[in-house]
Design a protein. Structure first.
Length: 297
């Protein structure tokens, strides 16, 4: 048993610095990503716009909802216009660029999200516990043979590192749980490998929609330049102008309650925009500083 214990101590001491260097950035990524996602003002406003748009489109079908699950963000790409040329994401990006341009850089507020998505928090926590157990093993061995200078120096120079790692581990767990619950998700069923990729996919889809919108606008400009100007009818009268959807505040649109002439009709995967707003009654997303209104049951 003494030989086995000594071998375990030697292996632990040999791997100690590598373990610290491996675990520390993973914990830091979870902490930074969790805090930045929860505190991002621009992200919250964009999610509110998406929710408001969903309520606006569904205002004649059901009462207003007050949140949606994060997985519903993926449906912004599946929900397409009736002519199949645009996704709902394309339209929302157009609205944001036209009326809320300052929100377009929301992704710059989300820090270390990609790194956090690759972290298994459960495994990291277990590894931190293993380090603590290893330090306790060395402490016991030193108490038996307190003449060992090697063990004394190791404990003296590394005990604080393990203590700090334990504190960081606790902070990471608390920060992550706070972020998950803030968005109305269940910590038990939403590991970092699911939570953070939801935002990564949204960022990627948003940037892709920006590029598509820019390309479409360039194509439309080229088409107009290459087409003969038609401002009059054969009888010499000017062509009637088509009514366009005004660039109004999205909340004002919501209050209009289904003015058919100004609505863009979208067909979701199951034929309805309400697929985007799901399961609110169970797990709502809402701002932390907002009182929740009554919800129909």
């Amino acid at each position: 048993p003494q030989l086995s214990q000594r071998l375990n101590i030697i292996i632990f001491m040999g791997n100690f610095n590598d373990s610290i260097q491996l675990l520390t950035p993973q914990l830091n990524a979870i902490i930074a990503a969790s805090m930045s996602i929860k505190s991002s003002v621009k992200l919250k406003r964009i999610l509110e716009i998406i929710l408001a748009f969903g309520n606006y489109m569904n205002s004649s079908k059901k009462g207003a909802v007050y949140g949606f699950r994060l997985q519903s963000l993926d449906l912004l790409l599946e929900t397409k216009s009736t002519d199949r040329k645009q996704t709902l994401m394309n339209y929302i990006v157009d609205i944001i660029h036209g009326q809320y341009a300052e929100l377009s850089t929301f992704h710059t507020e989300l820090l270390f999200v990609e790194k956090a998505a690759a972290v298994s928090l459960e495994n990291v926590i277990q590894d931190v516990r293993s380090l603590q157990q290893g330090m306790e093993l060395i402490q016991k061995a030193f108490m038996v043979t307190d003449t060992s200078l090697l063990l004394k120096e190791f404990l003296g120079s590394n005990r604080e590192k393990v203590d700090k790692l334990q504190k960081d581990s606790k902070t990471a767990q608390e920060a992550y749980q706070s972020a998950v619950e803030y968005f109305g998700e269940d910590i038990k069923t939403m590991p970092p490998s699911m939570f953070f990729p939801s935002f990564l996919r949204f960022i990627k889809a948003y940037k892709q929609a920006e590029q598509e919108n820019e390309f479409r606008k360039k194509q439309e400009t080229m088409t107009v330049k290459n087409s003969p100007s038609k401002t009059e009818q054969p009888d010499g009268k000017p062509l009637p102008t088509k009514n366009k959807v005004p660039h109004m505040d999205l909340m004002a649109e919501l209050k209009k309650k289904q003015q058919g002439k100004e609505r863009m009709v979208y067909e979701g995967k199951d034929g309805a925009i309400e697929d985007i707003i799901t399961d609110l009654r169970n797990q709502p997303y809402r701002r932390a500083d907002a009182m929740r209104k009554s919800v129909r049951k």
